[in-house]
Design a protein around this ligand. Structure first.
Ligand SMILES: *[C@@H]1O[C@H](CO)[C@@H](O)[C@H](O)[C@H]1NC(C)=O
Ligand SMILES: *[C@@H]1O[C@H](CO)[C@@H](O)[C@H](O)[C@H]1NC(C)=O
Length: 466
């Protein structure tokens, strides 16, 4: 809970006291010395506000105020989150598709630990904590689902809301090797291991005589390519996330801290019922020169951009949206505005190419060319984007080294940026550093309609119209 320190600071006749409970207003407004009292109180109140502005505190603009202000704009958009979770049948379909793909490459089964893959195939979510005792989800080439579980944990695991046609439970007692138990009970000779499974699983299976092969691109792409149901969820949460950033832009004020914005954003997601999975990077001015953040406690000054990179989850699917904004009435130099529009143009150039069969590295290069042509090439330090789904970062990756082709139905972020630290700024004859990034997840489309499709609904038009 935060202290609302605005209360003692407000003048009794201030317009801002509309938000305050009546009890916080002066009880003495009934006596004869009202005008003198009000004058003194107002003077003290102004002096205090100025002192606090000057010295800066993390609480001068409580996040509660920012939350209430933003919620007025955001609440009409909460319906975007009214999307059904993935249905039982779709899970079964995923299992059949995986089985067919395994059969096609002559592999007996696919094995995963609790991860995005287990979540995708059988609804065992990543919230099941990994321990040194293996708990493995298995789907074989005949679409049979089974799992390997520590015997003493069998009761707890059986209560998970897994989805299957029918299941086989393989329990391993503490006095036996889980891998030998698995090999003996299944007879599998060759299995494909999920890319996030730990090395001990691979080595344990190999020691038990089972050949282990890595996840192929074809099997990765089963999860990378989204169905219409998945797209509805991703659209809902990403569009809502953008609306949340827009509502913040209308309310952020000079003098707020980065933490105030993060805390308000967290409560806004919570109020809309999608607080689980919330994360945020909020950076002011030169702090944004480090793409994933600088130090804490920074207060927003005039002439500084606000970079907000934020997301949460709906039915386990993530959102990931970045906007670089200015509060109404605040301005940056012409040079910084040019940087903003350069990043916007870079994003546009890459969206145009986000079509089926385009090569990932080519899409990355298209954005990079715009930034390089404008003289900032060395300051676009990261890849252009990543797949988005049950994982915040998943296949495919848009980087210079990836020769993979895009597939219809993949959702991939497009997030160019320019980052200049204060030290580097001197080289560009600027006084302070900055960072600008714009990010939208994009659906890869077919070639009848060139250009990827925004999962956020619309792109940023300017720092004031994010
Ligand atoms: C998947 O698990 C969640 C709980 O983690 C549950 O709410 C949901 O109903 C399950 N889905 C299906 C199709 O059973
Ligand atoms: C994409 O490439 C594959 C393999 O080369 C080809 O079969 C498919 O027709 C292409 N798709 C489109 C829409 O061009």
């Amino acid at each position: 809970m935060e202290k609302d320190i605005r209360k003692p600071l407000l003048c009794p006749d201030s317009e801002q006291n509309g938000d305050l409970p009546a009890t916080s207003r002066s009880p003495r407004t009934k006596n004869n010395h009202v005008p003198i009292f009000l004058g003194t109180a107002c003077f003290l109140c102004l002096a205090l506000i100025m002192a606090i502005r000057h010295f800066g505190t993390t609480e001068q603009m409580p996040s509660g105020w920012l939350e209430r202000c933003a919620w007025r704009d955001l609440s009409p958009h909460v319906h975007l989150l009214d999307v059904a979770p993935i249905a039982h049948d779709e899970f079964l379909q995923r299992q059949s598709t995986l089985a067919a793909a395994l059969d096609a490459v002559g592999v007996d089964a696919f094995i995963a630990e609790p991860s995005a893959s287990s979540s995708y195939y059988v609804n065992i979510s990543t919230s099941f904590e990994l321990s040194e005792r293996p708990f493995l989800m298995i789907i074989d080439r005949a679409a049979q689902f089974s799992y390997l579980a520590p015997k003493f944990e069998a009761g707890r695991i059986a209560r998970l809301e897994m989805v299957y046609r029918d299941k086989k439970v393989i329990e391993w007692p503490e006095e036996k090797s889980p891998y030998k138990v698995l090999a003996t009970e299944t007879g599998y000779k060759k299995i494909m291991l999920d890319e996030h499974a730990r090395f001990m699983i691979a080595s344990g299976l190999q020691a038990a005589g089972v050949e282990v092969v890595p996840t192929t691109q074809i099997i990765q792409s089963l999860r990378a390519v989204k169905t219409e149901e998945e797209l509805k969820i991703l659209r809902g949460i990403n569009d809502f996330t953008l609306q949340l950033v827009r509502s913040l832009q209308k309310c952020i004020k000079i003098g707020m801290t980065q933490e105030t914005v993060v805390s308000a954003a967290s409560r806004l997601f919570g109020r809309a019922g999608v607080g689980n999975g919330f994360w945020a990077i909020v950076l002011f001015g030169d702090q944004a020169a480090y793409p994933h953040g600088g130090s804490s406690g920074k207060t927003l000054s005039r002439g500084e951009f606000v970079l907000i990179d934020i997301g949460s989850k709906l039915h386990d699917y993530g959102s990931d949206v970045t906007r670089t904004i200015l509060p109404t009435g605040s301005e940056v130099t012409k040079e910084l505005m040019d940087v903003w529009y350069t990043v916007q143009a870079a994003q546009a150039a890459a969206i145009e190419l986000m079509n089926v069969n385009e090569t990932c590295s080519v899409v990355d290069a298209a954005a990079r060319k715009v930034i390089t042509d404008n003289g900032y090439g060395e300051f676009f330090t990261h890849r252009l984007g990543h797949g988005l789904g049950l994982e915040m970062h998943e296949h495919p990756y848009l980087n210079g080294a990836n020769g993979e082709k895009l597939r219809i139905g993949e959702v991939v972020t497009n997030e160019p940026g320019i980052y200049v630290t204060t030290d580097q700024a001197k080289k560009l004859s600027l006084d302070v550093g900055f960072g600008v990034r714009l990010e939208d997840p994009i659906l890869v489309s077919n070639q009848d309609r060139p250009g990827g499709i925004l999962m956020t609904g619309s792109r940023a038009k300017s720092p004031y119209e994010p």
